[in-house]
Design a protein around this ligand. Structure first.
Ligand SMILES: Nc1ncnc2c1ncn2[C@@H]1O[C@H](COP(=O)(O)OP(=O)(O)OP(=O)(O)O)[C@@H](O)[C@H]1O
Length: 432
């Protein structure tokens, strides 16, 4: 029986990971600290290691390096709460096989772990017939909410509606859910690909083919009203699980009489809303790194800070799909690391030009402001700390606003000392 070492100090997470490992027919061994994990790894042979970066006694990266220094180390998957580029790149550099972001979506981990352990199919009855879907990346609060519902969907067989702009990952999320259903047969029907007169027939065929498995109806809002009526009747005695996606505003369609309300309720027992990429720019470093690794698996292509800034400044109308293409472009044109703004597609790199203009505008405004402060007798010139406080005040107010007025989130995101931040908020903004 394969053995998996779980080095994780959060008891609940270690227990959940143990369940996943056991479900895969492997034996979990848990260590709650880095040293404990290293000791266990010395004594026993493991087929895989799940390693938390944030351990109480030592850095997970240190544990990773030590484990990797052994002859024939097993594949090591990093679990990190901070989806930062640095962590991910460092873990990759040290030879980590993969990394997962906290909070974990156990449903996603299962296929990855199964592939890692290379379990034969008969030892792993839950294995998806189709290849395991790619892992979904996302640390943003909206993505975490979506993951929580995806996890619930994986645990039941009720219909799920997945909504979001094109390219936000609706199909990917549906594939993740279908891979967890038994059996795993997934039939996909794309409503907007068929002329109205054929859609009904093709849908009926798909309903027949997917019996006992899952039917994914893509762009359900494109179905004509007669086909919607047929679907409603079919769903009353559905012999398959129904997943549906929509990038169209179904509720608006209902009020306009273009979408049946009863069908909406039938297909949306669970509702996963996937946020647009521009609303979760914090996920861009991890997403872009993963896409780059996929596009250039044999090369390390870290993104320069200016390139990251350009990615964050762009509005991503094509969402994650556009990011996938952008990183394929980078892999094709960038021959030596790091990835610079000039390696990005034109539409995106022009945003870094925009940020240069902004920097220039700020510099000019600052010159004018300093001129004004210094235009007085020398003894009246404010001291440096006063000037600095005047600049820092609007900066802090703006940053705090961006982090929902939550100093703890601001401190974590900008790597600030929490006590220092609180003091500054009190002194500069009068916030307690
Ligand atoms: N959270 C994510 N993590 C990793 N990859 C993602 C994520 N979301 C989307 N992708 C990738 O982005 C691409 C587009 O995703 P997908 O096809 O699922 O979008 P969609 O919302 O179904 O689009 P459409 O509405 O056009 O059908 C795919 O390559 C998918 O693997």
């Amino acid at each position: 029986m394969p053995r998996v070492l779980i080095i994780e100090d959060e008891y609940a997470l270690a227990a959940a990971l143990s369940t996943v490992v056991r479900r895969l027919g492997a034996e979990p061994v848990v260590a709650a600290s880095g040293l404990g994990g290293l000791e266990k790894a010395q004594r026993q042979k493991f087929d895989a290691v799940l390693l938390d970066i944030g351990l109480p006694d030592m850095s997970g990266l240190k544990v990773l390096a030590t484990l990797r220094a052994n002859p024939n180390p097993p594949p090591i998957v990093i679990i990190t709460a901070h989806g930062t580029l640095d962590n991910a790149l460092e873990a990759r550099r040290l030879g980590a096989h993969d990394y997962f972001l906290k909070p974990l979506n156990l449903a996603e981990i299962q296929p990855q772990l199964r592939a890692l352990l290379e379990l034969p199919r008969n030892e792993a009855p839950q294995t998806a017939a189709s290849p395991a879907p790619a892992i979904m990346i996302g640390d943003a609060p909206d993505m975490q909410r979506a993951f929580a519902i995806i996890a619930q969907a994986c645990a039941t067989a009720v219909p799920v509606l997945l909504t979001g702009q094109p390219g936000t990952g609706k199909t990917l999320a549906a594939e993740v859910i279908a891979a967890q259903s038994t059996p795993h047969t997934l039939v996909i029907f794309r409503s907007d690909e068929w002329p109205t007169d054929q859609a009904g027939t093709v849908l009926a065929q798909c309903l027949e083919r997917s019996k006992g498995g899952t039917l994914l109806i893509e762009e359900v809002g494109s179905l004509s009203l007669p086909v919607q009526a047929t679907l409603c009747r079919a769903l009353a005695q559905a012999e398959q699980r129904i997943l549906a996606t929509s990038s169209l505003p179904l509720l608006e369609f209902i009020s306009q009489g273009r979408f049946r309300e009863d069908l909406y309720y039938l297909i949306s027992v669970l509702h996963v809303a996937l946020p647009p990429l521009a609303a979760r720019t914090g996920d861009l470093p991890a997403l872009a790194t993963a896409m780059l690794q996929r596009a250039a698996p044999d090369r390390e292509l870290p993104l320069a800070l200016e390139s990251l800034a350009a990615l964050k400044g762009y509005d991503w109308p094509g969402n994650v799909r556009e990011l996938v293409t952008a990183m394929q472009h980078v892999a094709a044109v960038c021959s030596a690391a790091p990835v610079l703004p000039r390696h990005l597609p034109e539409a995106i790199s022009s945003h870094s030009q925009e940020s240069k203009h902004l920097d220039e505008a700020l510099r000019r405004a600052l010159i004018a402001w300093v001129d004004q402060k210094l235009t007085c007798p020398e003894e009246l010139i404010p001291d440096y700390d006063t000037l600095l406080a005047e600049v820092e005040k609007p900066l802090l107010a703006e940053l705090l606003h961006r982090f929902e007025d939550k100093p703890t989130r601001l401190a974590a995101a900008l790597n600030m000392n929490r006590a220092t931040l609180r003091r500054k908020l009190r002194e500069l903004l009068g916030k307690e």
